[in-house]
Write a protein that binds this ligand. Structure first.
Ligand code: BGC
Length: 347
C-alpha cells in the first residue's frame, strides 16, 4: 500500500511540476503580449525617415541620416518613426543570405537614436524589387532575411514594431502575399512571440485590397497598415517614378471642396468598417503629397487626411521627412511649416 502511494507520488509529482511550468510559462507569455490597439495608439503621430536606408546605398536617394534628425522629430512633437530599409540590397544573394554586419550596425544606430528619444519605431522591409518581380525565386531569401532580422531584434523592447513588407505588388499578388505573410509570421513568432507585427494588404497596401487580406485569427498582436495617396493625380503630380505620365497632372490642386472631402471620408470609412468587422487596429503607414503640388493644397490635404485618421483612431506616419515629400527642408535647415502645422497643429 505504502509502496503504491510512493510510486504514484513519484509519477504524479513530476507531472504536476511539468504542468505547473507550462501554465506559468503560458501566463507570463500572455502577460507580456502587448495589446495591439494600445501599441497602435502609442504610434500616434509619426514620420517616415524615407529615401535613406531604402536606397541601394544610403545617399543614392538623396538622404543620409543624421543624428540631429531624431532630435528634430522628437522636439516637433512626433511620437514615432517608420524606418524603411532595403535589406535585400545588403545581404548575400545566395544561401545563407547573410545580412552585412556593417549594415545591421547602421540600422541599429537609427533604431537606437529613435528609441533613445522615447520615439517608437516601425522597422520594415522596403523595395525588395526582385521579390515583387519573382516571388517564386525570392520567397526563400525573403524568409531567411526575416529569420536574421527577427533573431537580431528579439530582445528589443515593445516599442520596436516590425513590418514585413512595404507595399506588396506586381507579381507578388494578394494571394501570394497572404501565404508569404503567414509563413513569415510563423517564423518570426518563434523568436519574437510578443512582438507587435505590422502587415498591410496587397496592391501597394491599397485599402481596396483589405478584403483580400487573410490574417491568422488567433494572432491578435498585429496592426494592419494602409497607404493613402488619393487623389493620386494630386499627390503624385510630376512624380517621375510612377508608371503614368504624371507631368500631365501638374497644377492639380486640392482645395477641400465638399466633393474632395467626401472622397477621403468615404475611403476612411471603408477602412474603418473593415477594421471594426475584423477587430484590427489601423496604421496609415504612409500618406503625403509630392513637392510638385502647390504648398497650400499639400497643407490642406495633409491636415484633412491626418484628422480623418485620428477621428477613427487610426495612427499614422507621414511620407516623409526631408526628401521630395519632405516636411523638413535640409537646405534651409528649417521645417516646411505649413506641412508641420498640418500634421501637428499648434496648440
Ligand atoms: C515608396 C517611395 C515613394 C512613395 C510615394 C513609397 O512607398 O517607397 O519611393 O516615394 O511611396 O510614392
Amino acid at each position: 500500500m505504502l509502496k503504491t502511494t510512493k510510486l504514484s507520488l513519484n509519477i504524479v509529482l513530476p507531472l504536476l511540476l511539468v504542468l505547473w511550468c507550462i501554465i506559468a510559462q503560458a501566463a507570463t507569455q500572455q502577460e507580456k503580449t502587448p495589446d495591439p490597439f494600445e501599441q497602435n495608439r502609442l504610434l500616434a503621430r509619426g514620420v517616415n525617415l524615407g529615401n535613406a536606408l531604402e536606397a541601394r546605398k544610403e545617399g543614392q536617394m538623396g538622404v543620409v541620416l543624421e543624428d540631429k534628425y531624431f532630435e528634430l522629430i522628437k522636439n516637433a512633437g512626433f511620437n514615432s518613426v517608420r524606418i524603411p530599409v532595403r535589406w535585400s540590397a545588403h545581404a548575400l544573394p545566395e544561401y545563407p543570405y547573410t545580412i552585412e554586419p556593417a549594415f545591421f550596425d547602421r540600422v541599429d544606430w537609427a533604431v537606437k537614436n529613435t528609441l533613445d528619444r522615447n520615439l517608437r519605431v516601425v522597422l520594415n522591409m522596403h523595395h525588395y524589387r526582385e521579390l515583387e518581380e519573382n516571388p517564386e525565386k525570392h520567397s526563400k531569401r525573403f524568409l531567411e532575411l526575416w529569420q536574421q532580422i527577427a533573431e537580431h531584434y528579439k530582445n528589443y523592447p515593445d516599442s520596436l514594431l516590425l513590418e514585413f513588407l512595404n507595399e506588396p505588388c506586381r507579381k507578388l499578388d494578394a494571394e501570394k502575399w497572404n501565404l508569404l505573410a503567414k509563413q513569415t509570421l510563423n517564423l518570426v513568432r518563434q523568436s519574437n512571440p510578443n512582438r507587435t507585427i505590422v502587415i498591410g494588404p496587397g496592391n501597394w497596401n491599397n485599402l481596396a485590397y483589405l478584403d483580400r487580406l487573410q490574417l491568422p485569427e488567433d494572432d491578435r498582436n498585429i496592426i494592419v497598415t494602409c497607404h493613402y495617396y488619393s487623389p493620386f493625380n494630386f499627390t503624385h503630380q510630376g512624380a517621375s517614378w510612377v508608371d503614368a505620365d504624371s507631368d500631365q497632372w501638374l497644377g492639380t490642386t486640392w482645395t477641400g471642396t465638399e466633393e474632395q472631402k467626401q472622397d477621403v471620408i468615404k475611403d476612411f470609412d471603408t477602412i474603418d468598417a473593415w477594421a471594426k468587422k475584423n477587430n484590427r487596429p489601423i496604421y496609415i503607414g504612409e500618406f503625403g503629397a509630392y513637392s510638385k503640388a502647390d504648398m497650400p493644397s499639400r497643407a490642406l490635404w495633409t491636415d484633412f487626411v491626418a484628422r480623418q485618421a485620428e477621428e477613427r483612431n487610426f495612427n499614422w506616419a507621414y511620407w516623409e521627412f526631408c526628401a521630395g515629400f519632405g516636411i523638413y527642408d535640409r537646405k534651409k535647415n528649417d521645417w516646411n511649416h505649413p506641412l508641420l502645422n498640418a500634421l501637428i497643429p499648434p496648440k
